[in-house]
Design a protein. Structure first.
Length: 118
């Protein structure tokens, strides 16, 4: 799980918005372009316990829910299934998050109040 990922599909449908996430040593960084033209930036801590992924934002509380799933055998795909009443399956592909996305997201941080993807 400890690498950079780009959302490619939600419930077997190509993603209609951009979400990048980086996992590294118990910390995550989330860059999303949803409901706005600008990328938004969120960061916090995550943990994996018994196949369940959970996390919390440094400034916005816990994630909406916990997730199950995992990384494919070749390490190129991350599948997360939300643990809630109507499970959502999000599929990510390994990538390198573009520097311009990181710069834009951190520059516009906190300008618009948008619900984080996770």
């Amino acid at each position: 799980i400890e690498k950079e990922w780009k959302l490619v599909s939600v419930n077997d449908t190509p993603a209609e918005f951009n979400v990048y996430i980086s996992f590294s040593t118990g910390l995550f960084a989330l860059y999303q372009q949803m409901y706005t033209l600008d990328y938004q930036f969120y960061e916090g801590e995550y943990s994996v316990d018994g196949g369940t992924l959970s996390g919390s934002y440094f400034d916005a509380g816990a994630w909406k829910c916990e997730y199950t799933g995992g990384v494919s055998a070749d390490g190129n795909t991350l599948t997360l299934v939300s643990k809630d009443a109507n499970p959502i399956t999000s599929v990510y592909e390994a990538c390198t998050i573009p520097e311009d996305v990181k710069e834009e997201a951190t520059a516009t941080r906190g300008v618009v109040d948008v619900t984080p993807y996770l």
